[in-house]
Design a binder for this molecule. Structure first.
Ligand SMILES: Cc1ncc(COP(=O)(O)O)c(C=O)c1O
Length: 480
């Protein structure tokens, strides 16, 4: 629960984001055209009554989102690369009726390729091992074994490793969370956090509202718990359509969102929308499970806020992990469950008892030393550059009429082909060339996204990767 929020900080921060988002919006909607010159730092500062430093930060933020470029001694210009001229993927229009259809068979097929080294895995949303600080983590594990009095053989305290919980709480200051360690419960990855939250809040037959398209693991989990899934229309830049959600509130038991760098669309829900949705759901007594696994992977300079930042009464269960930033195989995650903490701890006791002590200690130490921040800076730079490289190849080598998302962070790029290209077929053809993609239909329980696919941008850039992308484009053209 929030207490000592500094209103001055909030106001300044809000203004900064608002101006940056406003300019970004004008670029994304074509009001500001590629190559167009932007106001000088001095003019932006005078126009909005902000300091020169804040104006500079806004330009850096937009540069980080690849929307503008600076030219020495000339100022800032809207980025000219061809990928910005690729049309934006459409907003989704799912049928507003809850269903519990079995997920598409393709889902298991795609995920069965996980870990295969003979394939180029555009399909799995994790950073490649070569982008991770593996050697440093190995050392940290040895140290953790020495540091824990029992060598890490004993069960952990039920709520989880104290260092890790403390560091998750400390890091929450960056997104306006202001958590303390007592508010955090560790879990075996984010998926386990989501399982515990859904088990605590629902019973079979209840309806769960989700963004559409949605991460397949969440769809599968919902169906396995006997829930009905209500897919809500979602915009590729701003996220869930709040007006569409409002019309369906009376049916919804729980809402689960991925507001920061959502997979597959990559958007970051604007702060104002986060604020609105938190207050709307609280008013209707609908708990919000917030999956923030990608929140640290921002392409811009600033870590986005979370819905949890606007939670006044403990109605938001904020979940995260290090799977997308550090080590998917470590299975280190957490939840700050707000007013549902007791239920979550009880379920943790029943279903997992303890996490792996050594690994949680090692990750706690890694976060403590600042090595994590250094690593994140590098990882974020690689992902931003990858997005630009992928998009440039898509612009030049994919079928005419291809649209893409404009991820503002995270690991996913959503590609929308002309309507008659079936990405289920593309999946089969691509596999013959040792390429694996995620076809759009696995991101829904409805009949949609057949002509879409998600590409993971967490692979190290190389000529070979560029070649694989070009091959994908060629295959797609052959399906025209
Ligand atoms: C939105 C989302 N939530 C949760 C997960 C699973 O995270 P973890 O590996 O920490 O369980 C994923 C993995 O792709 C994901 O995309």
């Amino acid at each position: 629960m929030k207490t000592d929020v500094n209103p001055y900080f909030m106001k300044k921060d809000y203004l900064y984001n608002e101006i940056a988002d406003n300019i970004a919006n004008k670029i994304n909607t074509g009001v500001l055209k590629a190559g167009e010159k932007l106001p000088s730092v001095r003019n932006l500062s005078a126009e909005h009554g902000i300091s020169i430093n804040t104006a500079k930060r806004i330009f850096l933020e937009l540069e980080g989102r690849s929307l503008i470029r600076s030219k020495p001694q000339s100022g800032y210009f809207v980025s000219p690369p061809n990928y910005l001229q690729l049309p934006l993927a459409a907003a989704s229009q799912p049928i507003p009726i809850a269903n519990n259809r079995e997920p598409d068979q393709l889902m298991n097929k795609v995920y069965s390729t996980m870990g295969r080294r003979d394939l180029t895995l555009f399909s799995i949303g994790v950073p490649s091992g070569s982008l991770l600080p593996t050697a440093k983590l190995k050392k940290e594990i040895v140290l953790a074994t020495q540091e824990l009095s029992d060598g890490g053989t004993a069960y952990e305290p039920l709520q989880g490793n104290i260092k890790l919980r403390r560091m998750v709480a400390v890091r929450s200051l960056a997104w306006g969370g202001n958590l303390n360690e007592d508010e955090v419960v560790t879990t075996n990855g984010c998926m386990n956090a989501l399982v515990l939250c859904l088990m605590a809040l629902t019973k079979p037959g209840d309806t769960l509202a989700l963004e559409s398209p949605c991460y397949p693991g969440i769809l599968q989990l919902a169906v396995s718990l006997g829930l009905k899934v209500l897919e809500i229309a979602t915009d590729p830049i701003t996220g869930i359509d709040i007006e569409a959600l409002k019309k369906l509130l009376s049916e919804i038991k729980v809402c689960l969102l991925v507001p920061n760098f959502n997979t597959p669309l990559g958007y970051c829900m604007p702060d104002e929308n986060k604020r609105k949705i938190v207050s709307l759901l609280a008013k209707h007594h609908i708990p919000l499970i917030e999956d923030d696994t990608y929140g640290d992977l921002h392409f811009g300079t600033q870590r986005p806020k979370c819905c949890k930042s606007f939670d006044l009464d403990g109605n938001v269960l904020w979940c995260g992990s290090v799977s997308k930033t550090l080590a998917p195989g470590f299975r280190v995650g957490w939840v700050a469950p707000g007013k549902y903490k007791e239920q979550i701890i009880k379920l943790k006791l029943i279903h997992s008892l303890s996490s792996t002590a050594i690994i949680n200690e090692a990750v706690g130490n890694f976060l403590l030393t600042g090595k994590y921040e250094n690593h994140l800076r590098k990882l974020r730079r690689s992902l931003t550059e990858n997005y630009q490289q992928y998009a440039a190849i898509i612009a030049d080598h994919f079928p005419e009429g291809t649209k893409i998302s404009r991820p503002q962070g995270g690991l996913a790029l959503w590609v929308e082909f002309p309507k008659h290209i079936d990405t289920g077929k593309l999946y089969n053809y691509a596999l013959k060339l040792q390429i694996s993609i995620s076809p759009g239909r696995i991101f829904t329980l409805q009949d949609q996204f057949h002509h879409c696919m998600r590409l993971c941008i967490g692979l190290p850039w190389s000529n070979e990767l560029a070649l694989k992308l070009k091959q994908l484009g060629k295959l797609a053209k052959a399906l025209l």
